[in-house]
Design a protein around this ligand. Structure first.
Ligand code: NDP
Ligand code: 2IT
Length: 445
């Protein structure tokens, strides 16, 4: 890493002690930006980098709520408003027991570049809580969301900060959060949250958007090699929003996803995942992948273990950060994987990425490959602002165009900065330059 970048990185580590995921995300970006700074010394002079790694604002709050047994429970809430050079802060909320400030900061940092890449006017932010919705009743989730929003409502707004879903936050949670925001503010401010219900300001295709967008990006990557998805065997990790709709679109294009997973293990279904059954188990019954396997004759559940042991041509991590480690990557390569694209945020460790690079595996980084979700959130904001409700087809077509433009933007930046075909560098450079230029225009703020 160049000396001046190393100084910035060291400051990040010193200021954000005990937050390895944030350090990792910053390191990955800084390491790739060397060629950008060589061409643009003005960014260094204006200390753009020193500013971009420091969130504009960080909010941390107590979230007290009462469980079904009448006991008072306390969680911690976060919102990190990272960068507003391009628009209002925008990014999801994650409810998961592993959430702490390092997770929210890494997600907020990545979101800045991802949102920039979409070409839409959105800054970056992220929030969440260490609350675990898994073992809670609907009423408990509602009371938690109401308490969370009671504090969050002071900080958000359609022109300020627009949260959405992430792990553990789907349509149900967004509904409770919106209800409480409306009650507190006495305003039906549709544009304050995205991922809303379809009858009260939500956008068609938002639910499907991250998974669909991921497959659009993969299709573009394959097209550069003169290939398509037809007949390709695919492993998918996770079994939530991103995984389900990645599987749906991959199947529509003739691909054959054969795995799903959750934190208890993975399922391999050599006949191809039965999407209807998966949706029933996960979306209607809130079940586990082991429940899917129990209901599907050809499928096998492997408790623990790594889904990356399954031989495939294409791997799509769609669960969580650092789920593909170096040894997993070695196994994937040994079994002949040719393409990896990240549906989750930062699912590949630096060692895994290096293994893919050395083996010539095509690598679609999260900031680009999973940008379809937030891009469609941007389309939801546009619809809310104009009080329109677009058809599924119109929204899905806009999403596809955004993903294809974003793919070109990555490749063009990779060319410009001397690493043709390097999507990771291209995504970082293209995302960064747009934010950096806006920051220069707006002065030292
Ligand atoms: P969901 O909550 O719908 O699903 C998450 C899935 O990942 C579940 O199967 C869950 O299993 C698994 N998972 C979560 N944490 C862990 C863990 N620590 N170890 C093992 N498995 C885990 O979330 P999404 O599908 O929305 O999100 C998945 C990924 O995609 C995340 O990285 C998210 O940041 C990213 N993403 C999401 C977008 C969106 O629009 N929703 C947009 C862009 C990226 P279990 O039930 O056992 O926890
Ligand atoms: O990581 C992400 O891009 C998301 N969770 C979606 C954020 C959004 O605002 O739609």
């Amino acid at each position: 890493m160049r000396r001046n970048l190393q100084v910035v990185y060291d400051t990040v580590v010193r200021r954000n002690q005990g937050e390895p995921e944030f350090h990792q995300a910053v390191h990955e970006v800084l390491e790739s930006l060397g060629p950008v700074f060589a061409q643009h010394p003005e960014y260094i002079e204006a200390a753009v980098l020193d500013r971009i790694v420091e969130p504009e604002r960080q909010i941390m709050f107590r979230v007290p709520w009462i469980d079904d047994a009448g006991k008072v429970r306390v969680n911690r809430g976060y919102r990190v408003e990272f960068n507003s050079a391009l628009g209002p802060y925008k990014g999801g909320l994650r409810f998961h027991p592993t959430v702490y400030s390092g997770i929210i900061k890494f997600l907020g940092f990545e979101q800045v570049f991802k949102n920039s890449l979409t070409g839409l006017a959105m800054g970056g932010g992220k929030g969440g809580s260490d609350f675990d919705p898994h073992d809670k009743s609907d009423n408990e989730v509602m009371r938690f969301c109401q308490s969370f929003m009671t504090e969050l409502s002071r900080h958000i707004g359609e022109y300020t900060d627009v949260p959405a879903g992430d792990i553990g936050v789907g349509g149900r949670e967004i509904g409770y959060l919106f209800g409480q925001y409306k009650r507190l503010t006495n305003r039906f401010e549709a544009g304050v949250l995205t991922g809303k219900g379809l009858t009260w300001g939500g956008s068609l295709a938002r639910t499907e958007a991250t998974g669909y967008g991921l497959i659009h990006f993969v299709t573009e990557m394959l097209r550069m090699e003169g290939q398509d998805l037809d007949g390709k065997v695919i492993s998918v990790s996770g079994s939530g929003n991103v995984a389900i709709y990645a599987i749906e679109m991959a199947q529509q294009l003739g691909g054959r996803p054969i795995t799903i997973s959750d934190s208890s293990g993975y399922v391999v279904d050599p006949n191809g995942i039965d999407l209807e059954l998966l949706k029933r188990v996960k979306l209607e019954e809130r079940g586990r992948v082991s429940d899917y396997a129990a209901l599907c004759s050809g499928a096998r559940f492997v408790a623990g273990g790594s889904v990356w042991d399954v031989p495939v041509e294409i791997a799509l991590p769609c669960a969580t950060q650092n789920e593909i480690r170096g040894d997993h990557a070695v196994t994937l390569v040994k079994h002949g994987a040719k393409l990896v694209a990240e549906g989750a945020n930062m699912p590949s460790t630096p060692e895994a990425i290096e293994t893919f690079r050395q083996a010539g595996v095509k690598f679609g980084p999260a900031k680009a490959a999973n940008a379809g979700g937030v891009a469609t959130s941007g389309l939801e904001m546009q619809q809310n602002a104009s009080r329109e409700h677009w058809s599924f087809e119109k929204t899905a077509t806009r999403l596809e165009t955004i993903m294809s433009n974003l793919h070109i933007r990555c490749l063009e930046a990779a060319d410009r900065y001397g690493c043709p075909g390097d999507y990771a560098l291209g995504a970082n450079a293209a995302g960064f330059v747009k934010v950096a230029d806006a920051m220069l225009d707006q002065g030292v703020v």
